[in-house]
Design a protein around this ligand. Sequence first.
Ligand code: EPZ
Length: 456
Amino acid sequence: MRVSDLPTLPARLTRPVYFRGPAPRVAAPLAALDAPMDKLKITGGVPLRGELAMSGAKNAALPALAVALLTADELVIDNVPQLADIATMSRLLRGMGVAVERHGARLTVSAAQPTATEAPYELVKTMRASVLVLGPLLARFAQARVSLPGGCAIGARPVDQHIKGLRAMGAEIEIEHGYIVARAPRLRGAHIATDMVTVTGTENLMMAAALADGTTVIENAAREPEVGDLALLLNAMGARIQGAGTDRIVIEGVERLHGATHRVLPDRIETGTFLVAAAATGQFGGADVTLRDVAPGTLDAVLDKLREAGCEVANNGDWIRLRMDRRPRAVSVCTAPYPDFPTDMQAQFMALDCVADGAGQIVETIFENRFMHVLELQRLGADIAIEGHTAQVTGVPRLSGAKVMATDLRASAGLVIAALAAEGETVVDRIYHLDRGYDRMEQRLAALGARIERQK
Ligand code: EPZ
C-alpha cells in the first residue's frame, strides 16, 4: 500500500489536539514502587496459538477502589487484576486507614473510619490515578490534601479540569507546596463542561457529585466503558446517575451511599494487546488465539483495525478469536476519545505496522509525548519517521532482536509485540512499567507458545 493510498485523516483532526504547550522534557522513568529492574528476554518468530482468559480492567478497578471512600460500608470488588497499580492504590488507601484485603481476584474495601485524608507525593508520583481519591475525600470528609501528580513520560497530564469542576461545586482549592489542598463543607450540584474529554476527570467529578447537595450535569463527559462501569457501581451504592457512557452525565446527589458488590468489566486494552501480539506473529506459520472473559463490544475500533490488517476476527458474548496466517497489511490509526481508536492501543499498532506490508500513519491526538517507543522500535530495525503528532511507519520484512528499554506502560507492550515478531533475541529492560498494567505477561504469552522469560 502506498502512502498515497492511505485513507485521508478524519476531519476531527482539524480540531485542536487535546494537549497544550510543547512536549515536556522526557521525565526520567519513574522509580516504581519497590519493583526490581526485571527484564524480559524474548526470542521472536513463533506464531501465538491457544486460549487465554483476560483480567478485569485496571482503569475500572482503580476508580472502583477509590469510590470506597464514599461510604462507611464495605465494598466487595470482583475481577480485580493483580497489577502494580492496584497494589499502589491499595497502599494509598491503607495509608488513610482504609481496610483493603485481597482474596484472589476479590478485594474487600472498608472506609468505615479513615485516619487521614491525604495522598502523599511518594505514592502519587508513581501512579497518577491516585488523584481519583480527591473527589471522594472532598465529598465525604469535606477536605483533602492530594499531591499534584506531576508529569510523566507521556505528557504533562495536568489535572486542572478536576479542580475546575470541584470549584464549580463549591470547593475551595489552593495549590500549596505541590499539593492540592481542598475544603468544602458541602459540595453543591453544578453544571460543568470540561474543556476536553478527560476520563479520570469525569470519574472524579461523578464521584464527588454523588454526595453533593443538588444535581450536577457534566457536559463533554468521557464515554469510556470504565466510566460506565463506575456509574454502575455508584448506582448500586445508592447513587442516582444517568447518562454514563454518553457525553452528558446527570448526577442527583444523595445524603449517603451504602456498600455493594461489583464485578469489574474486562480489560479492553489487555485484550487488544494480546490480539495485536497474535496478529504480529501470524506470518510465522499461522496464529490462532481465543481470548475469554472479554467484552467485545468495548473494542469495536480495535477489531475493525485488526480486520483491516487482514486478520480473521470472530467474537460472541465473552470471547474473541483471532486467526492470522500472513504478514499484516499496514493500517493507519488516529487516537481519540472512546468510542474512537484508543490512545492506549497506539504503541501496539505501531509495532504491528513495523512488520506490515506497506506504510501506515499513526496519529496521537491525546498525549503530547506518547511516541517514546519509536526510538526503541528503531533499535529493532523499524522504519519510522515522526512529524509532529504523526508517525509514518513503513513496514520492513524483518525486525532484528536487540536490547531495548521500556519507558511507559503501553510503550512496553509495543516493544514486547515487536520483539515477538523480530528475528533473534530481544531483551526489554525496565519492565516494571509493563507490570503496572499487565499481570505476568510473560507467563501468559508463554502459554500461547511465545519464547519469553523474565530475568531478574
Ligand atoms: C486515563 O488517563 C487512563 N488512565 C489512561 O490510561 C488513558 O490513556 C487516558 O485516560 C486516555 O484515554 C486511567 O483511567 C487510570 P485524560 P487520564 O484525563 O484520565 C488532558 C493506561 O495506559 N487533561 O483522559 O489521566 C491530558 O493531558 C493509562 O492505562 C488536561 O489537560 O487521561 C490529556 O492530554 C495511560 N487537564 C487529555 O486531557 C485535565 O485536568 C486526556 O487525558 C485532565 C486531562
